[in-house]
Design a protein around this ligand. Structure first.
Ligand code: ADP
Length: 546
């Protein structure tokens, strides 16, 4: 017998309709790419999104068509997302930090029919336009006065594009499983792979994100997503903030410490989210200027492991709560969030900090297990390290056009390729990405744990631990570090700092100081590139022991 409740499809335009109706005057503030701060609200965003839908339909775009965006977080970008999704077309976020050839490859693979872009990316678009086989027209996210003077075919300014609309376009109706958004993962192995979100998965994810033990978003919040909309679905914030009626502050192209702090203060931001490297810039700025952030209550830090020392600085020095989170593009992307349980909330502060450095617990809607090399489930004891597998209604079940099918098994589990521990309360801690693990004498060394401790040294700005080949032990850890400007430290200083905090055999054999560490397009340390750089490196005792 089926239940007798209404079939109310979970469509993302219902989110913008809800917020336009009940939080219509709630502000959406943008640091525009043209320069000035611009103010809009959810009522206007919803009406202008309907105009995007109408203009796209007028050009023949409809159900299932991919429409690319190459843009920072702005109100116009948000309108474009809802407008594209509102006719059953698919917003496809391109990452401007990738090489132009990669961007073109991805746009062609997705068969994008149109491309919306920020004027700051006009040169990239002009360069790749000749090779974009399917793109029929280009929309510069600006007004006519700021239209860039570049050679791009069928180019129109966004404000002209939507000018004919009257804000009353009727969203199209379709099944909640209809594709809504497309985002390619950076593809550290093989070609990039497309993750195709549905209306249902995006709506459920927004509900998950709003929960008190997740991002805890309420109508009183003012949220600044530093995480770009092109990075893993903006971590759900583009849907969760309007769903809750929270004010949105869009930072545009300026993600440096000074620019962000100006918006945090000026717009009374209460909650924000970004990768650890961004927070390093913010903390440096606060340190240099002596400023504080009195309105900011919570920062979500994820995308890469957040060092314990960073959590401590935010909390002790600035009174700002850190929510450490882990996720993946394939998980829409929320996987775990580290908020206290009744048990951990009662721990002494230092132990609570230890607990917060873990990646957190899965919310309802994320199932998780760890397995050994043969796929056998390992105990949830907080000790066994295994390959992390996940499933849930906002987790991918396949990649776009069937790529990378090996990551999905017959029981619906997705293999994250992350290694970690799970405990009986659901607390998960990542030790490494599977391809980055260091296996020394048959045992694993966690590069993430050593890195997090190393950046706790006052002179270290950034640290990466990679495996180098060793004739006796197979692999040994090499610590590569960047020092903070004006600071000095020796190998001995760093090793003394680590001493007593990790097992002796985890101690890096060498500490190499460098001027730069390569980062990926999503701001993560590129260990593959580092391993190549140090491919010929031999540990100091290799000759003797070999
Ligand atoms: P990309 O690989 O393109 O950067 P993702 O953002 O999807 O794309 O990256 C997800 C990966 O980032 C995870 O599989 C994990 O390895 C890493 N990651 C994300 N958050 C954390 C975290 N809090 N701690 C450690 N690793 C993390």
């Amino acid at each position: 017998m089926l239940g007798l409740m209404q079939d109310w499809p979970l469509l993302v335009h219902k989110i913008i309709d809800h917020t336009a109706l009940y939080h219509g005057d709630r502000e959406v503030v943008t640091r525009s790419v043209e320069g000035p701060i611009e103010r809009s609200n959810y009522r206007q965003i919803a009406a202008r999104a309907r105009n995007v839908s109408a203009a796209l339909e007028a050009r023949g775009i409809g159900l299932g068509d991919r429409v690319a965006t190459l843009a920072w977080n702005t109100a116009r970008h948000l309108e474009a997302w809802y407008g594209i999704a509102g006719i059953g077309a698919i917003y496809h976020t391109l990452n401007p930090r990738q090489f132009p050839d990669q961007i073109a490859w991805i746009a062609n693979h997705a068969e994008d029919r149109a491309l919306f872009f920020d004027i700051g990316f006009a040169d990239i678009v002009a360069r790749i336009a000749p090779s974009l086989q399917r793109v029929e027209f280009y929309v510069a996210l600006t007004d006519r006065a700021h239209l860039p003077d570049v050679k791009i075919p069928n180019l129109v300014a966004y404000e002209d594009f939507i000018a004919g609309g009257s804000g009353d376009f009727s969203w199209r109706q379709f099944d909640e499983h209809t594709a809504c958004g497309l985002c390619y993962t950076s593809g550290t192995t093989g070609n990039p792979k497309g993750v195709l979100y549905s209306h249902r998965s995006n709506t459920l994810l927004a509900m998950m994100a709003c929960r008190a033990d997740a991002l805890g978003i309420s109508a009183r919040d003012a949220i600044l997503p530093v995480v770009p909309m092109f990075h893993a679905n903006a971590w759900g914030i583009a849907f969760a903030a309007p769903m809750a009626g929270a004010k949105l502050v869009m930072p545009g192209a300026k993600l440096d410490g000074a620019s962000l702090c100006e918006l945090f203060g000026g717009e009374k931001v209460t909650m924000t989210a970004a990768v650890p490297t961004v927070w390093q810039g913010v903390l440096n700025h606060l340190q240099e200027t002596g400023k504080t952030l009195p309105h900011l209550q919570r920062v979500l830090i994820g995308g890469a492991a957040c060092p314990r020392s960073m959590i401590e600085t935010f909390e002790k020095k600035y009174g700002i709560e850190v929510i450490h989170g882990w996720g993946m593009t394939e998980m829409s992307p929320l996987g775990t969030l580290n908020t206290p349980t009744a048990k951990t909330a009662e721990l002494p502060y230092e132990q609570r900090l230890d607990s917060k450095a873990g990646q957190g617990r899965p919310p309802f809607g994320v199932e998780m297990k760890i397995v050994d090399g043969n796929g056998r489930e390992l105990p949830r004891d907080g000790v066994a390290v295994g390959r992390l597998k996940v499933r849930g209604p906002a987790v991918a079940k396949s990649y776009f056009r069937g790529e990378g099918s090996g990551a999905f098994d017959g029981e619906g589990w997705f293999d994250t390729a992350d290694m970690g521990t799970l405990d009986a309360d659901g607390m998960m801690a990542i030790t490494d990405r599977a391809k980055d693990v260091i296996k020394s004498g048959g045992e694993w060394i966690s590069s993430i744990e050593i890195e997090n401790l190393a950046v706790g040294h006052p002179a270290v700005a950034e640290a990466a631990v990679i495996a180098v080949r060793h004739p006796k032990w197979g692999e040994r850890p090499l610590l590569v570090a960047i020092l903070k400007p004006g600071r000095t430290a020796t190998k001995k200083d760093i090793l003394d700092h680590l001493s007593g905090k990790i097992a002796k055999w985890w101690m890096p054999d060498e500490v190499v100081f460098v001027d730069d560490i390569p980062h990926s397009a999503t701001g993560k340390i590129q260990k593959t590139a580092l391993r190549e750089r140090f491919a010929d490196y031999r540990p100091p005792d290799a000759e003797r022991t070999g």
